[in-house]
Design a protein. Structure first.
Length: 522
C-alpha cells in the first residue's frame, strides 16, 4: 500500500487542474510524454534493406521461430491433443493423478501443495480459460486491423499474417505452460499467475533472482498501463464511436452515457473475478465467432467462383509485391505486425488467464493455449481478409497501398456490399468484442496490480474502481496520445516476457514430456 500511495503522490503533480485545458488536452498532455519515452525504445526502427522494422516485432518473430524449432513444430503436432483437452477427453487423467511429482508441477513450498490432490486445482475449466484469453485477443484487431493491413500491404499481407499466426502458436504454448507451472494458489483456492510469477520464481531457480525480479516488476507495471489503455479506454472509445455513428448521435454527452452503461455492465462481471469472467466469455466469445465467421463464410460462398482469384492475389502479393506496396519485405512487415497486434503471442497477457485453469499438468493448458493464434489469426483474420479481397474484386471500393484507411469502415463496406444491412450486426459485434476484451484485460491488469501492491481487499477495490472510471473516460473523449500509450505499454511487455520464455524453455520441455508420458500410461 505504501508503494501505491507513493505512485499516486508521484503522478498527481503532473496533472495541472488549474490550467485551462479541455479534458482531452489534459489527458493527452499526461499520456504523451510516457508514450513517447516508452515508444522510442519499443518501436525503435531496425533497418532491413530499405525498410525499418520495429525492434519489438523482431523480438516477437525471433522468439516464435526459436520456440517452433526448439519444440519440434509443436504448434502443428499438438493441435489434435489441444482439441481433446478442450473437449475434456483427459479429465479422468487429472482425477486419477495423485503423485505430485507426476502431475502437480508447481515448485515446492507454495500453498498450492496443500490443496487436495484428488481434484484438479484452479478456478476455471480449460474451455473457459481459452475463451477468457480469446476474448482479449479476438476483437477490433480482427475487424479493423486486418483491413488496415490489406489496405496498406495489399492482399499479400494475408499470407504473412497466417504464417505469423502459426508461429505465434509456439509462443503461446510456452508462456501459458509456464503460467500454470509457476502460479500460486491461496488457501481459499484463488489463483495468482502470469509472467510476473514465472519471471520472478522461474529465473530464481536458474540463479537469476535479481534479473527475474526486475523483469517481473517491469512487466507488471506495463501490464497495468496496458489494461487501462489498450485493454480499456481504446475499446470503450471505439465501441462508443460505432454506436454514436450508427445512430447518428453527436456530442460528448452520448459517449458519456454509453460509457457509464458499459462500466456498469463490466463492473457487474469483474466483481465476480475470473470465475464469472470465464462463465461470461465461454458464452459470448463462441457466439461472436460463429456470427462473424458465419457471415464471412456466407459471403465467400456467395462468391465461390472468385475464391481461386483471391488466393492467387494473396500468394502473388506475398512474393511479388510492387514497390507501391512496399515490396515483399514491406508486405511481410505489415502482415506480421498486424498479426502480432491481433493475437498477442509473446506478449504474455494470455498466460495470466490460462494460469487459473483447473489442472495438475502445466503443459495441458499450454497445449490448449496454442489454439488461440490459430483461431484468432489463422481463422478469423483470414476470413476478414478473404471477404475484403473477394468483395473488392468487383466492388473496387479499395485501392491497395492506401494510407490512413479507417479499418472498421472498410470491413463494414466489404460486408455491406454482399449482405445489405449487416453493418448493424457488425456494430453489435464491435461492442461485444470491446466488452469481452475489457473483461479479460481487467483480470490481467488486476493480477499485475496485486503483484505490485499486494493482494489486500483495498488494493483490489482501488484497481476495479479505476478501471471502471477509465471506461467512462475512454468512451467520452478523443483518445489522442492514449492510443500510442496503449501500444507502448502492451508491447513493452514483450521484452521481459520473451527473455524469460527463452531462459525457461527447458522447463517447458520437461512439463510437456511429463504430460505426454501420463497420457501414454493412461
Amino acid at each position: 500500500m505504501k508503494l501505491l500511495l507513493g505512485l499516486i503522490a508521484t503522478v498527481l503533480p503532473f496533472i495541472n487542474f488549474a490550467q485551462e485545458q479541455t479534458i482531452d488536452q489534459k489527458i493527452d498532455s499526461f499520456f504523451r510524454p510516457i508514450a513517447d519515452a516508452v515508444g522510442s525504445v519499443i518501436f525503435y526502427p531496425v533497418s532491413i534493406g530499405s525498410h525499418s522494422v520495429p525492434v519489438v516485432l523482431l523480438v516477437l518473430i525471433g522468439g516464435a521461430m526459436f520456440f517452433t524449432l526448439y519444440f519440434k513444430f509443436a504448434n502443428f503436432t499438438l493441435v489434435g491433443k489441444a482439441i481433446k483437452v478442450v473437449k475434456g477427453d483427459f479429465d479422468e487423467l487429472e482425477k486419477r493423478s495423485t503423485d505430485p511429482a507426476e502431475g502437480d508441477s508447481t515448485p515446492g513450498g507454495d500453498v498450492f501443495e496443500t490443496i487436495k490432490v484428488d481434484d484438479a486445482e484452479g478456478e476455471v475449466t480449460h474451455f473457459q480459460a481459452l475463451t477468457a484469453a480469446l476474448s482479449a485477443t479476438v476483437g477490433l484487431g480482427n475487424i479493423a486491423g486486418v483491413a488496415v493491413a490489406i489496405a496498406v500491404g495489399g492482399p499479400g499481407a494475408t499470407f504473412w499474417m497466417i504464417l505469423a499466426g502459426f508461429l505465434g502458436m509456439a509462443s503461446k504454448f510456452v508462456e501459458c505452460t509456464l503460467g500454470v507451472k509457476y502460479r500460486e494458489v491461496t488457501e481459499d483456492g484463488t489463483v495468482h499467475g502470469g509472467p510476473m510469477y514465472y519471471l520472478s520464481k522461474g529465473l530464481k531457480e536458474k540463479g537469476l533472482a535479481k534479473l527475474g525480479k526486475v523483469l517481473a516488476i517491469f512487466f507488471a507495471i506495463m501490464c497495468v498501463g496496458g489494461s487501462f489503455g489498450g485493454g480499456n479506454m481504446f475499446q470503450a472509445n471505439q465501441a462508443a464511436a460505432q454506436i454514436t455513428e450508427r445512430f447518428g448521435i453527436e456530442g460528448g454527452a452520448a459517449g458519456l452515457i454509453f460509457g457509464i452503461i458499459m462500466a456498469i455492465l463490466v463492473g457487474v462481471v469483474i466483481i465476480g473475478g475470473i470465475k464469472r469472467i470465464g462463465s461470461v466469455t465461454e458464452k459470448v466469445v463462441p457466439f461472436m465467432a460463429v456470427i462473424y465467421v458465419g457471415a464471412a463464410l456466407i459471403i465467400i460462398g456467395m462468391n465461390y467462383s472468385l475464391i481461386p482469384t483471391a488466393f492467387g492475389m494473396i500468394f502473388d502479393g506475398a512474393f511479388n509485391s510492387s514497390a507501391a506496396l512496399g515490396g515483399v519485405i514491406g508486405v511481410l512487415i505489415v502482415g506480421f505486425q498486424r498479426a502480432a497486434f491481433s493475437n498477442e503471442a509473446g506478449v504474455g497477457s494470455a498466460a495470466i488467464a490460462h494460469s487459473a485453469v483447473k489442472t495438475k499438468y502445466a503443459a495441458s493448458e499450454g497445449i490448449v493455449a496454442l489454439l488461440e493464434p490459430f483461431i484468432d489469426t489463422v481463422v478469423i483474420c483470414t476470413m476478414t481478409a478473404l471477404v475484403i479481397v473477394i468483395t473488392n474484386i468487383d466492388g473496387e471500393f479499395l485501392v491497395y497501398g492506401a494510407q490512413g484507411v479507417q479499418g472498421v469502415r472498410l470491413t463494414t463496406t466489404a460486408f455491406e456490399t454482399a449482405i445489405p444491412g449487416f453493418s448493424w450486426v457488425l456494430t453489435i459485434a464491435v461492442v461485444l468484442f470491446a466488452i469481452s476484451t475489457m473483461l479479460s484485460w481487467s483480470y490481467y491488469g488486476l493480477q499485475a496490480w496485486k503483484f505490485l501492491f499486494g493482494r489486500g481487499r483495498i488494493a483490489d477495490i482501488i484497481y476495479k474502481v479505476l478501471f471502471l472510471l477509465f471506461i467512462v473516460v475512454g468512451a467520452s473523449i478523443s483518445l489522442g496520445a492514449v492510443i500510442d500509450f496503449s501500444d507502448a505499454m502492451i508491447f513493452a511487455m514483450v521484452f521481459p516476457n520473451v527473455i524469460g520464455l527463452v531462459i525457461l524453455a527447458p522447463k517447458v520441455k520437461e512439463e510437456l514430456s511429463r504430460f505426454l508420458t501420463a497420457i501414454k500410461k493412461a
